[in-house]
Design a protein around this ligand. Structure first.
Ligand SMILES: [Zn+2]
Length: 282
């Protein structure tokens, strides 16, 4: 079987196996991807159990338990977009419980989220307005946003070009996209092989390298302004959860919570990148 890279079109070959699934890698831009079987519907993954109590399935033990750490990460990342002008509009794609939308509003943005999971949107935080819908078919006019953010979301979206093309359509010329995702070309990813903590199947459909992100953005007129590996805050309990799932598999028993498991500590494995790109005038 021959496959071409869904981002750049170059040839790809299978290079590792995870949970009985072959992961293919582009020989040119380094993108990793796998082929879901017929009938697989990624949007069906994100029900209530995905965000809590899913120790034997995809998703999180307790997404809400990450709230404080996530909010601090989002607030810091939003600062890098600079202070918004009065009335500046920001769209957060895949906001889950809306923490990033809420933080953007606190920072002065006129912000809203577009979320595919009705279970997540129902639990939206504070006054965060969340619209239900698909990131590849956003129900908003052209050039209607000054910024679009995707925090750890792009790896979940089934069609990279459709999603980023849609972001480019939504941004005004000079508007910015900011996103974060794992870096499959990082030393940590390469050393860990199939045990890398971000090879989480089936929810992660793509494993981006820096080069694949650059090419994907550029193909839609989005010029990368900054790209960096950054430390993120994780509660200690979450780090233990990720370690347990990647080392022991998802069927492993969940340990009892212990005092201090909610403590957030900054971790930098240099395997998550944040990127900011600007939409060039047509
Ligand atoms: Zn490629």
């Amino acid at each position: 079987m021959a496959l071409s890279c869904p981002v750049c079109g170059a040839g790809a070959a299978p290079r590792l196996r995870k949970d009985e699934v072959e992961i293919w890698f582009c020989s040119d831009c380094g993108l990793g991807f796998w082929l879901p079987g017929p009938g697989f519907d990624p949007s069906a993954l994100y029900d209530a159990s995905y965000f809590g109590g899913s120790e034997h399935g995809p998703g999180y033990d307790d997404y809400a338990g990450l709230e404080q750490a996530l909010r601090r990460n989002f607030a810091r990342r939003l600062e890098r977009l600079g202070p918004p002008e009065r009335g500046a509009r920001l769209l957060d794609l895949g906001p889950a419980f809306g923490y990033a939308v809420d933080e953007a509003r606190r920072a002065g943005w006129c912000a809203l989220g577009l979320e595919i999971s009705s279970d997540a949107a129902r639990r939206a935080a504070g006054a965060a307005p969340i619209v239900l819908g698909d990131a590849a078919r956003a129900p908003f006019p052209d050039a209607s946003f000054d910024a679009v953010t995707l925090w750890d979301v792009i790896e979940h979206l089934p069609d990279p070009h459709a999603a980023i093309g849609e972001v480019a359509r939504l941004l005004r010329p000079g508007g910015r996209i900011a996103l974060s995702t794992g870096d499959v070309g990082s030393l940590a990813a390469r050393l860990s092989g199939p045990r890398w903590h971000l090879y989480t199947l089936p929810e992660h459909l793509f494993f981006y390298s820096r080069e694949s992100l650059r090419r994907l953005l550029l193909a839609h007129g989005l010029r990368v302004e900054r790209l960096r590996a950054e430390a993120a805050l994780y509660p200690l309990g979450y780090l233990v959860e990720r370690l347990r799932k990647s080392l022991l598999g998802r069927g492993a028993a969940r340990p009892a919570r212990w005092p201090g498991s909610g403590l957030a500590i900054p971790v930098n494995l240099f395997d998550v990148v944040t990127i900011q790109a600007v939409r060039e005038a047509a």
